[in-house]
Design a protein. Structure first.
Length: 326
C-alpha cells in the first residue's frame, strides 16, 4: 500500500475542495487512509470523513483520532474493493455490503441524472490495479454496488500508466483499449494533480515502492484523477440491464484491435453490415482501434435493432467475465 507524505496533504485538500458541496461539512468517503496523514488534512479542511480501513493496525490508530473529534470522523473496518462480493452468506470484515455502508453514511439513493450523492477518495493499490478499475466500470455501467445510489464521484490516485490508457486517443493501438472506450463513455475524466512516486512511502518491510514497469507509456507519477459518471450515459438503447452485453462487445472488439470492423461484424453473423456502416457513417475499412467511444455506443444501439443481434448473443461470455471481475 502507498502512503502519502505530509507535504502532499495540502495539495490533495485543495484538489478535493474544488467542486465540493457548499454545505458546512461536505461528506467524503475515504478508503485505505493508513496512518491518516491525508485524513487529518481533509478534516482540517472541514470535510466530514467516513474512513474505510482494512488494516487493523491502522484501524486502531484511526479510532483514537475518531474518539478525539466530535463526530467529524467515522472509522469503519472495511475494504472499498471488497464491497458486495459474490460470496453468499454473512460477510466477514473487511468485506462489507454497500447497503450497510450507505446506511451508515446516511446517504439515500437518488436518480441517475440527479446531483452527485457522494464523493470517494483514495489511492488504488498497485496490485491488480487494472482489475480494480474494471470492477468499478462494471458496477457503474450496471448501476450496482455503490452506483445503486446514483452517480458517485471517484477521486483516485492511480498510476500514470493507467491514466494514460484511460485518456488515450483512437488510433494508438498499443494503449487505446476496451478500458479506454468504456471509461471515456462512462466518466468525465479530469486530471487533478500529478505527483512523483517519491512523494509516497510504503508499509512494505523492505521500504521500497512497487512501481509498475512499463515500456509503451510514461509511469513516473501517481495521478489524482476525478471520475464523474456521465449524466447522459443511459440514453438511446444503452441501459443498465444490457450494459454487460455492451461491455463484452467492446472487449471482444479489441481482441484484435487492428482488425476491420466489417470482419468483426461478419464474425457476429451480421448479413447487412455494409448497410449498417453506411447508416452510421463509419468507413468500411475502419479498424476497431480507430473507432471513437461514441461510435461503439452508436454501433451497439444499431445492433440492438438488428434482426440477428440479441441481448443473449454473448450470454455465457458476459456471465464469465462478470464473475472474473468480482
Amino acid at each position: 500500500r502507498f502512503i502519502a507524505c505530509p507535504k502532499l496533504a495540502r495539495t490533495v485538500r485543495r484538489c478535493l475542495q474544488r467542486g465540493a458541496c457548499p454545505s458546512p461539512q461536505p461528506l467524503l468517503l475515504e478508503f485505505a487512509p493508513g496512518p491518516g496523514i491525508l485524513t487529518q488534512s481533509l478534516l482540517d479542511a472541514g470535510f466530514r470523513v467516513v474512513a474505510l480501513e482494512s488494516d487493523l493496525d491502522f484501524f486502531t490508530d484511526l479510532q483514537s483520532l475518531e474518539n478525539s473529534l466530535d463526530g467529524q470522523l467515522k472509522v469503519i473496518h472495511g475494504d472499498f474493493f471488497r464491497l458486495d462480493p459474490l460470496a453468499k452468506g454473512a460477510l466477514k470484515p473487511p468485506a462489507l455490503s454497500s447497503d450497510k455502508l450507505f446506511e451508515t453514511l446516511g446517504v439515500a439513493a437518488v436518480p441517475w441524472r440527479a446531483d452527485i450523492p457522494l464523493k470517494v477518495f483514495g489511492i488504488i493499490p498497485q496490485q491488480l490495479e487494472r482489475n480494480r478499475l474494471w470492477r468499478l466500470l462494471f458496477a457503474m455501467y450496471e448501476c450496482s454496488s455503490i452506483y445503486r445510489y446514483g452517480r458517485v464521484e471517484l477521486n483516485l490516485f492511480m498510476s500514470e500508466k493507467e491514466y494514460t490508457v484511460l485518456t488515450a486517443k483512437p488510433g494508438k493501438s498499443k494503449i487505446y483499449q476496451a478500458l479506454t472506450v468504456l471509461a471515456q463513455l462512462g466518466y468525465e475524466i479530469e486530471l487533478l494533480h500529478k505527483e512523483p512516486w517519491s512523494s509516497f512511502a510504503t508499509n512494505l518491510k523492505n521500504g521500497g515502492l512497487a512501481i509498475p514497469k512499463t515500456v509503451q507509456v510514461p509511469n513516473d507519477h501517481l495521478c489524482l484523477v476525478r471520475l464523474t459518471p456521465q449524466e447522459n450515459l443511459f440514453t438511446g438503447g444503452l441501459k443498465p440491464s444490457n450494459a454487460s452485453t455492451f461491455i463484452f462487445m467492446v472487449k471482444q472488439s479489441f481482441a484484435k484491435p487492428n482488425s476491420r470492423l466489417t470482419d468483426r461484424l461478419n464474425s457476429w453473423s451480421l448479413s447487412n453490415s455494409d448497410r449498417l456502416l453506411k447508416a452510421l457513417e463509419i468507413p468500411k475499412k475502419a479498424a476497431m482501434c480507430n473507432l471513437y467511444p461514441e461510435d461503439y455506443k452508436r454501433l451497439f444501439e444499431a445492433l440492438q435493432n438488428s434482426d440477428i443481434f440479441a441481448e443473449t448473443f454473448f450470454h455465457d461470455e458476459v456471465l464469465t467475465s462478470t464473475r472474473i471481475m468480482n
